[in-house]
Ligand binder design. Structure first.
Ligand code: ASP
Ligand code: MG
Length: 417
């Protein structure tokens, strides 16, 4: 018998039929004797609709009222799912964030969870009761409802799992796991059976949008074994009842991954823009003069490459920003030209960042060289390269994204497993 958190995303609870289907997944785990806590998202499209109404009501609004409105989507699903579960004989009740309580900070609209008291939920297990918790919401210090930012119910689920020391947090979604790359680009992409927290963080932040990034950070800190699996697979499909190895991807501590691959996946992000500042003075304070004003305007800078100058002469600095921020970033840099003192600013949108990810590269030489050779053979020009211990990111022209992803996927034999 295990203690399991089961989280269901918007498409998994999109209508009453799907909610009944979710109830069957839950019944399977309850019947197997597990202690189960459920966390739900709003029905697909609901949160978008609620946000649109808020914006229609007034151009500028109080974020506390925004939270009151958009937290309601999860309340609906929690109640409906509890009704569907009762209908098939499961002892259950719904819970809103404040009732548990799930406490957050005061950052309405994108609050962080500060504490969850797991006692009530653990008491519930003793009575054989399944708690259905509205995700995405909590109670702020101002005694008002707060929401956790888009996609935040993943974070609710992981936080609840940590609070009740669950054996596993199952994230049921419309895909059946995490793949070596996007299967729409490389049909030979393979589902990973295990991926380390660090790797998943890189994949999530790079646009493999399975989980909210914050939920992966939280899972890593609290070592919550998080399992991505499909709610669209039939509840009684072969293997679904397996409590050790059901179909899906386990995101876990690297120690749990026995057969480690050097490279685990290829991620990519389109719509990047490159900005180069030429002939800057090579002296203290220049980087701060460039990046402070960008940070003040909340522009997310990613790859940063500075050349080492010859004998303290002039240097060049290149970095990337999301394409949508390109124009604003250029404007800011032009405004600060006096302080930064660059000679020329050159910029270009329509670029892509392709990344090779794997914790195995910490202990293997030649991983980067393999990527560069493979891209060269396809005639793909590399504009910039940045690396971390577990990632190599390469900036290229967007038109070559698909080719680059497939090439790298093949060269590291990711289709072979
Ligand atoms: N319903 C919220 C959203 O759409 C939270 C979630 O689904 O995780 O962002
Ligand atoms: Mg989601």
């Amino acid at each position: 018998m295990a203690r399991i958190v089961m989280k269901f995303g918007g498409t998994s609870v999109a209508d009453i039929g799907r909610i009944r289907n979710v109830a069957c997944h839950i019944k399977r785990e309850v019947d197997a004797g597990h202690d189960v806590t459920v966390v739900v998202s709003a029905m697909a499209g609901t949160t978008n609709q609620l946000i649109a109404w808020t914006q229609e009501a007034a151009a500028v609004y109080d974020l506390r009222e925004y939270d009151t409105v958009i937290a309601s989507g999860e309340q609906i699903t929690a109640g409906l799912l509890a009704i569907a579960l009762q209908d098939i004989g499961i002892n259950t009740r719904s819970w809103l964030g404040w009732q548990i309580p799930i406490l957050t900070d005061n950052a309405h609209g994108s609050a962080r969870i500060t504490d969850i008291d797991g006692t009530t939920l653990i008491e519930g297990f003793k009575k054989g009761q399944v708690a259905v918790i509205a995700g995405f919401q909590g109670l702020a210090p101002d005694d008002r409802v707060a929401t956790l930012g888009r996609g935040g119910s993943d974070t609710s689920a992981v936080a609840v799992a940590a609070a009740i020391k669950a054996d596993r947090c199952d994230i049921y979604t419309d895909v059946d796991g995490v793949y070596t790359t996007d299967p729409r680009i490389e049909p030979k992409a393979r589902r990973l059976s295990k991926v380390a927290f660090e790797e998943m963080l890189e994949m999530a932040s790079l646009g493999a949008k399975v989980l909210q990034v914050r939920s992966v950070e939280l899972a890593m800190v609290h070592k919550v074994r998080t399992f991505v699996r499909s709610s669209f697979a039939a509840p009684d499909a072969p293997g679904m009842e397996d409590s050790i190895n059901p179909p899906g991807t386990l995101i876990c501590d690297e120690e749990e991954i026995v057969e480690q691959q050097v490279v685990t996946g290829i991620a990519f992000a389109k719509d990047e823009a490159q900005i180069s500042l030429r002939r800057l003075a090579d002296k203290p304070g220049i980087s701060a003069a460039i990046f402070d004003p960008l940070a003040e305007e909340n522009i997310n800078v990613d790859m940063i490459v500075q050349n080492i100058s010859e004998h303290g002469a002039k240097t060049d600095m290149t970095f990337t920003v999301p394409s949508v921020d390109h124009d604003q970033a250029v404007k800011i840099l032009e405004k600060n030209r006096k302080e930064i003192r660059y000679d020329v600013l050159q910029s270009e949108s329509g670029l892509a960042k392709v990344s090779v990810i794997g914790i195995g590269m910490r202990s293997h030489a030649g991983v980067a060289a393999t990527a560069f050779r493979a891209l060269a053979e396809k005639g793909i020009n590399i504009r910039a390269i940045t690396t971390s211990e577990i990632k190599i990111s390469i900036l290229i022209d967007s038109a070559y994204t698909e080719l680059a992803v497939r090439t790298l996927h093949a060269v590291y034999r990711l289709d072979k497993g």
